[in-house]
Design a protein around this ligand. Structure first.
Ligand SMILES: Nc1c(NC[C@H](O)[C@H](O)[C@H](O)CO)[nH]c(=O)[nH]c1=O
Ligand SMILES: CC(=O)[C@@H](O)COP(=O)(O)O
Length: 161
């Protein structure tokens, strides 16, 4: 289902496990920070709304989305129950977009395989800035909210599996 057919901020609050005992790491790319700051705020607020204590949320910043791989790897070692990797990659004039998107996708996938702390992929890969605006608190909701919900669910699965 395409994003335009659902709002990224919508979720069933009755279907979220208790998150009060969980610790979360958030790694945020500074590239396109007008977008990633909105994604981070959405994720942070959603964690708090679902019972996570502020002192149990650690937030780090990295230069760009490609550095989310290393930052998330180090965050996995910080005694957290899940990591949220936040970035915004926007198509430019060259193929660099393709390599950054593929690299960060594969890198975060690898972290989910190699270590036992889930890393949530909250990376926008958009054609235009407007698409990013629409998905970071605009008309299509906030992907940071979606990512925080996924992080809570995966932390709960990790605890119970
Ligand atoms: N063009 C975008 C980038 N590019 C930078 C890379 O992510 C990386 O920081 C650089 O290649 C040095 O390793 N990053 C984004 O997050 N978003 C972009 O649109
Ligand atoms: C995703 C990128 O690295 C891209 O925005 C850089 O722009 P350009 O392809 O014009 O160099």
């Amino acid at each position: 289902m395409a994003t335009i057919n659902r709002n990224l901020s919508d979720y069933d609050k009755t279907a979220i496990p208790s998150a009060k005992d969980f610790r979360f790491g958030i790694v945020v790319s500074e590239w396109n920070d007008s977008i990633t700051d909105g994604l981070q705020q959405g994720a942070y607020d959603t964690l708090i709304e679902n019972g996570v204590l502020p002192e149990n949320i650690t937030t780090w910043y990295v230069p760009g989305s490609f550095e989310l791989i290393y930052g998330s790897k180090k965050m996995q070692d910080q005694n957290v129950d899940a990591v949220i990797a936040i970035g915004c990659v926007i198509q430019g004039e060259t193929k660099h977009f393709d390599f950054v998107c593929e690299g960060v996708t594969q890198g975060i996938k690898d972290l989910n395989i190699l270590k036992d702390t889930p890393v949530i992929f909250c990376v926008l890969t958009d054609n235009t800035m407007q698409q990013s605006i629409d998905r970071s608190g605009g008309k299509h909701g906030n992907k940071g909210i979606e990512a925080a919900v996924a992080a809570i669910k995966m932390a709960d699965l990790r605890k119970n599996s």
